[in-house]
Design a protein. Structure first.
Lengths: 280, 332
């Protein structure tokens, strides 16, 4: 789907996308990390004298139905997104890399079992599975991160397996084995580092996906629970007052769009940079 | 023929194994319920009370060993007996699912057709004029389309077309006074209610599809036979539509099959935003009410539909691509 370069134009144009993506991601991460310093108000401070104020000088993005400052809430919501994105992808990538390495290196029976497991997991509409698991557990930030991670490793496993299949046949692996290195050392010290390029790309794109999933869950009321702000649950509250307070529905969504766009641009540009086959 | 049979057999074994895997994972999800579902004291949820516990016990035989429970559940599953819903009407889960399927299925099919109608021309044009203005602009639009959260787009459209400039209904499937309308009026009313939801469905898939179409087309345009066709002096139009497009469309069949899980997942959000009585809304309500049998039924059904989608894609691809048929030794 996304295996071709963006376009075959000057290298500068490709780097422009990389720079643009990195810029968005940088600004969004900065806002999230330094939210306590930047935010003009406490995100959970209820002000009954400032209910549903439109954007203005005192409240850049207006206030919500409880008089809370939307700009501050969006900043703090960014922390949730960033955190979920990285932890969920960390979990998914670790599982995917290990299983992919094992499947690719040992082949045969082990490979067959792991790859059928991938097939099975891919059959579940992941959003259905996540919702079902969340329904059985309690909706909390930790559970969401774990569940998103546990349902997102299959792509990485396939990628790493394919890489491993080709890397394990190379001469240097044979040389290392002849030198007496153990299996674990061969896999993790000599094969894994060389299979990480595509993993980096898929992890970057995965962050975008995890952020989208978390915001969808929170929008449905099954993610981050109020009063803690997340982009998804601000939008959920915005839906209730859609006709009278557009700003509640516009700004958090814009934040999601920009962040996801940033990670996607970054991931796609990295793919072009890292994959020598695409440099014609 | 022997080889074809062997391939079919392998495929069937694969389907069986994956189906069993699906049931094992679903069964495992059931046992995630807080504490043990039989332990009333640890059931924090007031809605899952005594009655619910008894039902669960009956459905899964929770007092028996795990493998016995699993086999019993599997046997009922094959007969489409998912037990009874725990909330409200206590009707059989399968009946509740069955009446919701047509709406969700219909919307998905409509949006798939719409996706193809939008994505194929964009992808083909972008590949044909690679690096040109259209390619550049469509690339930017596709990236934004990728990043657009469907539920946010839905909110924006509701804000715009439902409230600021109210020309479309934004909730439900029918208007008030639906039963007193004439046939065509009823038809138009439902259609109006479905325009926004189907548009949102489509917004989630056209970007990826057009990207895929573009790369598939670029792949084909690089092939020798396209070069040959051009060298023969055939017009661009004939090369494009007769030689390249047909082959470039082939992989799209696979992607259609693979997009089933995303569509089913998307239906949860879209149907709950627009209050549409489809499978997604049913599932969402089940999750909110912790209606375990209904959740399990929908989960298994969703996975089986995906499996069916994959199979159909495989079969469709095999039928459409003569190379695969030849590869199976039928025409050799």
């Amino acid at each position: 789907m996304k295996h071709r370069p963006l376009k075959r134009v000057s290298p500068w144009a490709r780097h422009a996308l990389l720079v643009f993506g990195a810029l968005i991601v940088g600004v969004m991460s900065f806002g999230a990390v330094f939210a306590p310093l930047i935010a003009p108000y406490d995100p959970n401070f209820i002000n009954v004298d400032a209910l549903l104020l439109p954007p203005g000088a005192a409240h850049l993005m207006g206030t919500d139905a409880l008089g809370r400052d939307v700009f501050s809430r969006v900043l703090y919501g960014g922390r949730v997104s960033l955190w979920v994105g990285f932890v969920a992808v960390g979990i998914a990538t670790s599982i995917g890399v290990v299983l992919g390495l094992i499947a690719g290196y040992f082949g045969r029976f082990v490979d067959e079992i792991i790859m059928r497991g991938v097939d099975v997991m891919l059959c579940f509409p992941s959003f259905f599975l996540i919702l079902a698991v969340i329904a059985f557990l309690e909706p909390s930030l930790t559970n969401i991160m774990i569940v998103i991670g546990l349902t997102g490793w299959m792509g990485v496993a396939r990628l790493v397996r394919a890489e491993t299949l080709s890397i394990r046949e190379r001469d240097y692996v044979l040389a290392v084995r002849a030198a007496g290195a153990g299996t674990r050392r061969i896999i993790f010290r000599h094969i894994m580092p060389n299979a990480m390029g595509p993993v980096l790309v898929s992890a970057t794109l995965g962050v975008a996906g995890a952020i989208l999933t978390e915001s969808s869950l929170s929008f449905l009321g099954l993610g981050v629970q109020p009063p803690d702000p997340s982009w998804g649950n601000i939008l959920m509250e915005g839906k209730e007052v859609l006709g009278i307070a557009w700003w509640l529905s516009v700004f958090p969504g814009l934040a999601i769009l920009l962040t996801v766009l940033g990670y996607n641009l970054l991931g796609e540009s990295l793919r072009d940079l890292l994959d020598p086959r695409l440099k014609q | 023929m022997g080889q074809v049979l062997k391939k079919i057999l392998i495929k069937l074994v694969w389907v069986g194994v994956v189906f069993l895997g699906i049931t094992v994972i679903s069964f495992w999800v059931i046992h995630l319920a807080p504490g043990s579902p039989t332990d009333l004291q640890t059931t924090l949820n007031p809605e899952a009370g005594v009655e619910a516990r008894l039902q669960l016990e009956k459905l899964y035989g929770l007092d028996r060993p795990l493998h016995v429970q699993y086999v019993g559940w599997l046997k009922r599953l094959v007969r489409l007996d998912f037990g009874q819903s725990m909330s409200g009407d206590h009707r059989p889960v399968w009946d509740k699912i069955k009446e919701r399927l047509p709406l969700t299925f219909g919307m998905n099919v409509a949006s798939l057709i719409l996706t193809l109608l939008i994505a194929v021309p964009i992808g083909v044009a972008a590949a044909w004029w690679r690096g040109g203005a259209f390619d550049k602009i469509s690339t930017i639009v596709v990236f934004i389309g990728f990043a657009m959260p469907g539920f946010w787009l839905a909110l924006l459209l509701m804000l715009w077309l439902g409230i600021a400039w109210p020309i479309l209904p934004i909730s439900g499937l029918t208007s008030m006074g639906f039963s007193s309308m004439s046939g065509p009026e009823q038809w138009w009313d439902v259609t109006k209610h479905l325009i926004l939801p189907i548009f949102i469905y489509t917004s989630g898939s056209w970007a990826g599809m057009s990207r895929f179409m573009r790369s598939s087309m670029l792949e084909v345009l690089r092939q020798d036979y396209v070069m040959t066709a051009r060298a023969k002096g055939l017009s661009s139009r004939i090369v494009l539509f007769k030689h390249a497009l047909r082959n470039a469309l082939m992989p799209v069949i696979t992607i259609l099959g693979l997009s089933v899980p995303a569509l089913i997942g998307g239906s949860v959000i879209i149907e709950s935003i627009f209050s549409l009585p489809g499978l997604g809304q049913l599932f969402y309500q089940a999750v909110m009410a912790r209606d375990y049998p209904l959740i399990m039924g929908s989960l298994v059904l969703g996975a089986v539909l995906t499996l069916a989608g994959n199979l159909l894609a495989d079969v469709g691809y095999g039928l459409a691509d003569p190379r695969i048929r030849v590869g199976q030794g039928r025409n050799r």
